[in-house]
Design a protein around this ligand. Sequence first.
Ligand code: ATP
Length: 247
Amino acid sequence: MDPILEVSDLHIRYRKVEAVHGASLRVGAGQIVTVIGPNGAGKSTLLNAVMGALPAYGSASGRVSYLGQDMAGIPVEGRVARGMCLVPEKRELFASMSVEDNLVLGAFRRKRAGDKRFLDQMDVVYDLFPRLRERARQEAGTLSGGERQMLALGRALMAKPQLLMLDEPSLGLAPLIVREIFHIIDRLRETGVATLLIEQNARAALQVADYGYVIETGEVVMAGPAAALAGDPKVIETYLGLARRAA
Ligand code: ATP
């Protein structure tokens, strides 16, 4: 089957510094693919380049192919219109608007495109996140960290993306909440969306993913089925740590 996303030999530079050195990866239809690695390895940079959202002084070479089409020269807006969606680390919600209004905004492009059923995803989102339904009228700025992450995910799903890219969804969340978020990411498979998940929490990411890549200082150093990576001695040593060995 053709992949949804195929990245080949991607080099990314910020002015004189090359942050990513020839990364290649694939995301198949309905798959959850994770990229794990330490701070500063180039994970967010990679996602931003796929989205076409590098800062003006950044540049990329190599190929990003999405749904069989080369994305070179296609701006962020065009990629969003084709069904890519990035949930950034900073979540970027509208704090003074209600949960429900934030969700409605997620469907904005579908509404503008004349899709009369632009709100039909609301029930799907509320079924995935019952807590958001309970808090529909609450201001987004008053949500807990975990709820904010749920809202960011829910808002992304309102756009009915084909490729969802998540930048560190577990960042700053307590372990129980992380488990809840990852349970939901797992359930996203049911919606048919393909997910590219960037994570420092390697344990949670490899548990939920089908396939994984390890990136270190801008280079993909390992790749394989997530279960195989989770059992690899080097991954265990470097990313899964003592807790895993003790378990
Ligand atoms: P983290 O988990 O800490 O966000 P990461 O793996 O996502 O790490 P990146 O944020 O992609 O890593 O950073 C990769 C390298 O690129 C780092 O050396 C970083 O300093 C550099 N970098 C990232 N963003 C920029 C930027 N906007 N301008 C200049 N350099 C940048």
